[in-house]
Ligand binder design. Structure first.
Ligand SMILES: Cc1ncc(COP(=O)(O)O)c(C=O)c1O
Length: 402
């Protein structure tokens, strides 16, 4: 019998990182602005911009830092209202609060994507939008961009879980004005911590580079930020912006760079694993994996599915029985203090928003890790456990007439 798969360990960091890290340990050259040119962070920015097909990239300490800097670089006034989906990680509305803005939550459907009717209704009264592609589920970017462009509202894409996902063949993170990615562990590229933002907007990136901590003329060391347009931006903003010092260090860049050529393989394997497990889970009357939207090609390293027709008690029994057999499933709305359940974001100003549709989804939506490196027997073990446990919980309850 296949042993319970370890879904928490990341892939080993490619061997190629070692020589570069050894070099840095010898030289002590860890700060991105020490070397006159071609520091690992600078090279990472160039490589990431090329990978995504963006003009500019700025590497920073986390995706949360990238979201915060994006809001600051948009020049939003204090108390500007920023629309955020009601299903995301607590760090996302937190970045809005950090930027002295006010998060406004909108409903998310049972397919984990933004509810477009509610989005449109709430657009009346906001100055910016963060589209969080939570767990890599892409919302309808055609409609979002059409609605926001018509009103002149800038869109920030939170692509923390979307590296490698495409929409009509275009990389997620390159559709809005700016896209933010995470290199925190449990992301497709893992450096423990780290983030990066991409944009084609020279002025926005010039502002973000300075605010990230390019004091004096250190912006001149940004390879992926050269050219007359952005240089005009640096000249315009020199000494006029606060320095938040959210830089990435060279060691992190050395760990990230050799993983970039691995992205295509991780996307391919992660998608194949996900689609295999999804098709098998969908054979159960109690489990439902929502369909992706047509233009989207996903890059999943986890799977989300809804429990259908189960009570709260049955839902808990399902998660407990799966865990007892070695498959850990998180139900976003049922685990205590879950950071993805909006009612736990008590740092938000005002009353807890009323999002009945999002709340109902969170009470039945299951989340299980499914890293790209899993083998076929490991996938089968996960699938059979989940299918078996759902049948058992429901058969037992039917027998007791509950
Ligand atoms: C959807 C989402 N957005 C943003 C973030 C923030 O990423 P970071 O940990 O790099 O700040 C996370 C963190 O996991 C996340 O889940």
């Amino acid at each position: 019998m296949t042993a319970t798969p370890n879904v928490y360990d990341a892939e080993p960091i490619p061997e190629a990182a070692r020589a570069e890290i050894d070099r840095m340990l010898q030289s002590g050259d860890l700060f991105r602005y020490t070397a006159p040119e071609n520091a690992p962070v600078t090279l990472l920015e160039q490589e990431f911009a090329d990978l995504l097909g963006s003009k500019y990239a700025l590497a920073v300490s986390s995706c949360s830092a990238a979201l915060f800097l994006s809001l600051k670089a948009l020049g939003l006034p204090r108390d500007a209202r920023v629309l955020v989906p009601g299903f995301t990680f607590a760090a996302v509305p937190s970045s809005v609060v950090h930027a002295d803005c006010v998060p406004v939550l909108c409903e998310v459907g049972e397919n984990y994507r933004i509810d477009m009717a509610d989005f449109e209704a709430r657009l009346m009264d906001v100055q910016a939008v963060i589209v969080s592609h939570m767990r890599g589920h892409t919302s309808d970017m055609d409609r979002i961009m059409a609605l926001c462009d018509a009103r002149g509202i800038p869109v920030i894409e939170d692509a923390a879980h979307s590296l490698g996902t495409t929409w009509h063949g275009r990389n997620i993170g390159t559709i809005g004005r700016v896209g933010c990615f995470s290199f925190q562990s449990y992301k497709l590229v893992n450096a423990g911590e780290g983030g990066i933002m991409v944009s084609d907007d020279a002025d926005l990136i010039a502002r973000a580079v300075i605010m990230s901590g390019a004091y004096e003329h250190n912006w001149a060391k940004h390879l992926a930020a050269s050219g007359p347009e952005i240089e005009a931006g640096f000249a315009r903003w020199q000494n006029r912006l606060p320095l938040y010092n959210l830089r990435l260090n060279n060691l992190s860049a050395a760990i990230i760079r050799p993983q970039l050529p691995e992205v295509a393989r991780r996307v391919r394997d992660g998608r194949a694993n996900h689609d295999y497990v999804a098709a098998r889970l969908n054979t159960s009357p109690w489990l439902s994996v929502p369909e992706k939207l047509g233009p989207e090609e996903r890059a999943p390293d986890s799977i989300q599915f809804n429990l259908v027709g189960l009570s709260d008690q049955e839902t808990r029994a399902f998660a407990e029985a799966a865990a007892a057999r070695g498959v850990k499933v998180q139900i976003f709305g049922l685990s205590t203090d879950n950071a993805r359940a909006f009612w736990n974001w008590q740092f938000l100003p005002g009353e807890t928003p009323d999002l009945p549709q999002t709340r109902a989804m969170l009470m039945r939506a299951c989340d299980a890790r499914l890293p790209a490196r899993l083998t076929q027997p490991e996938l089968d073990m996960i699938v059979e456990t989940l299918l078996g446990v759902a049948d058992e919980v429901m058969a037992q309850n039917r027998a007791y007439g509950t």
